[in-house]
Design a protein around this ligand. Sequence first.
Ligand SMILES: [Zn+2]
Length: 266
Amino acid sequence: MDHTKINLLVRLQHLDNQIEKIVSLQKGLPEEISALEEDLAFTTRQIAARSKTAEEHLKLRQSFNEIINGCHERIQSFKEKQTLARNNKEYDALSKQIEYEEKEIAQAEIRLQDISQGEQRKEELQKKGRQLIEENRYDEMTEEMMPDDVLKQQLTDLDKQVEHKKEELNSIVIETEDEVQQLRKKIEAQRAIINTEAKRLLDKYDHLRSGTLQNAVVRLNRNACSGCNTRVPTNRHTMIVQGGFYLCESCGRIVVHERLFEEAEG
Ligand SMILES: [Zn+2]
């Protein structure tokens, strides 16, 4: 058996392991950031929806107030005309117009009351929310109960957290950038060599690593595959000690002697 081929592959696994180690320094930061960004987007949407409602209420209020003012003005003029009415028919016609305007006013006032009641209800819910926060009863809170100022504070806090985590991640990326690039170059070169010297081994390696598995080549540890802890048959030990490799029957990983990894590090 040609043992130099497996040495080439162990060297590749060693380099891939080093990159893996560096990536693990990022400690789940990318996932944390995307979770925070989701919260941030949700809070932003909530705030936007609230200000949209507030704007709509303001506009409706203005328009109903304008309607009411218009009605009052017309009533005033109808009343003036009544004093000049030449007969009962004219007078009654004006009375009917006044009545109509008064109905319009009443309708607009009902709508204004609806808006006020809605806003009162909103304030009461937020008051309840504030109380629940004080008592640490967050699980009883609904979205509507979150007070406006707390929601805005939440947005600011989330913004800061995302920024902070991004800075943290960025500094790790920058710190390790050179090292990662050097490793990538070494990996590329190593793969090119194995591709000419032992293509089948490289295919096997890539196939093993195509899923979530990172360690395709592993050490023999206490006579077992260190990838899955399955015992390696005794009659294969000699070959492994001599620098050969064994394909684990249980997990398919390539099992080699520890010494080969030590050599690969050197
Ligand atoms: Zn195994």
